[in-house]
Design a binder for this molecule. Structure first.
Ligand code: F0G
Length: 356
């Protein structure tokens, strides 16, 4: 973990100021995001053999996802520019982060989310932080088009990842991985939805290489859900499907950024099925003690797939970004697990149920 100047973490803007666009002290809006752990896996050797596999656990950010890294930048910049209100379309996590950082900045947040396709924890966050939550009867892509239209005509700042400050903030995830390892990994696996994060990580790695902090670059490995895989198919998907609602996106805004990350790094953009996602999701929780949301597990599902296909080799160092916390989506967790046993308050019956 990075040692800070004062021994206390100041959030990504203060810690990485020399790598980020300039910003006035008074505008900085932070919940001390970043500095998340890179957890070494210890119980997946039967699958990965002598590959070193680490998990960048972004669920431990203040609102439970990697979005906080980008949102501290976007909201701070909006504040510096004198904006009074921000807006985003979201599959959930961006709306949670926007709502929290807007509350902190004393700004109004408007969030457009696809009706019925946002995990419960994320919805509860946006509402609790006081955003105006508009449940659009349409999908994420439609909501994003509407947000673009609104920001063209009204003084409301867009904080989706089309806002370049979002990408700037999110690239710090790559910085932390490099500092933790002392080098870049061989492969970096990420789930891909709107494709901002893979774009941001690749930017971060390239900047650290240019500055001489690292001397190698990873291959960027992005994974979409099979029913929402426009980049893999090579065309937008009008009606995307997947139980990983965070990445249920048919026409990603940073499509070109994802292609550049893949092509410049010699990586891959591929798809995994919902079954593979759920398998990886359960594997992380039950064997490693790490609880992420389903979309996040697409990164590990991708690594398992690449291992099976013979792409990965012993001695490789692999990082999977786990983008959001498992508590974001209690419904999918409960659905994926055996039901708890109901027992009477009687010692004998409990001992029987315990097999003792
Ligand atoms: N994982 C999670 C948990 C996400 O919430 C998202 C995106 C992604 C992965 C994909 O990242 O879009 O940068 O490729 N969530 C956005 C949202 C779309 O609105 O919260 P990406």
């Amino acid at each position: 973990m990075r040692l800070t100047r004062k021994g206390l973490w100041g959030g990504i803007i203060r810690e990485y100021r020399e790598y980020l666009p300039e910003i006035e002290d008074g505008a900085i809006t932070t919940l001390l995001e970043g500095n998340t752990p890179l957890i070494e896996t210890v119980n997946l050797k039967d699958i990965f053999g002598d590959i070193r596999l680490l998990l960048k656990y972004e669920g431990l950010n203040p609102t439970g996802s990697f979005k906080d890294r980008g949102m501290t930048m976007a909201v701070s910049k909006a504040r510096e520019e004198g904006s009074r209100a921000i807006i985003c379309a979201s599959t959930g996590n961006t709306s949670a982060a926007a709502a929290a950082y807007a509350a902190r900045a004393g700004m109004k947040a408007y969030v457009l989310i696809p009706d019925g396709a946002v995990a419960l924890g994320k919805l509860s966050q946006a509402i609790m932080h006081g955003a105006l939550v508009l449940q659009v009867k349409g999908n994420f892509d439609e909501a994003l088009s509407l947000v673009k239209e609104i920001t063209r005509n009204y003084p409301v700042k867009m904080v989706n990842s089309i806002n370049p400050f979002r990408i700037e903030g999110q690239k710090t995830g790559a910085f932390e991985v490099c500092e933790h390892l002392g080098h870049a990994p061989t492969y970096h696996f990420l789930p891909v939805g709107n494709a901002g994060n893979i774009t941001a990580y690749w930017k971060g790695y390239k900047e650290y290489e240019k500055k001489g902090v690292i001397s190698n670059l990873p291959k960027m490995m992005g994974f979409q859900a099979e029913g929402s895989a426009p980049i893999v198919l090579g065309h937008p998907v009008a009606d995307p499907h997947t139980l990983a609602t965070a990445i249920k996106i048919g026409n990603p805004a940073s499509w070109q950024g994802a292609l550049a990350a893949r092509d410049e790094s010699g990586g891959v953009i591929d798809a995994v099925s919902d079954e593979e996602i759920i398998e990886a999701y359960k594997l992380l929780a039950s064997r490693e003690g790490v609880f992420c949301e389903p979309a996040s597990a697409a990164s590990l599902a991708g690594a398992v797939k690449m291992k099976k296909e013979g792409v990965l080799n012993d001695g490789d160092t692999i990082v999977c970004t786990l983008t959001g916390h498992g508590l974001k989506d209690p419904d999918n967790a409960i659905k994926a697990s055996p039901k708890p046993l109901k027992v009477p308050a009687e010692l004998k019956k409990i001992l029987v149920a315990m097999g003792l």
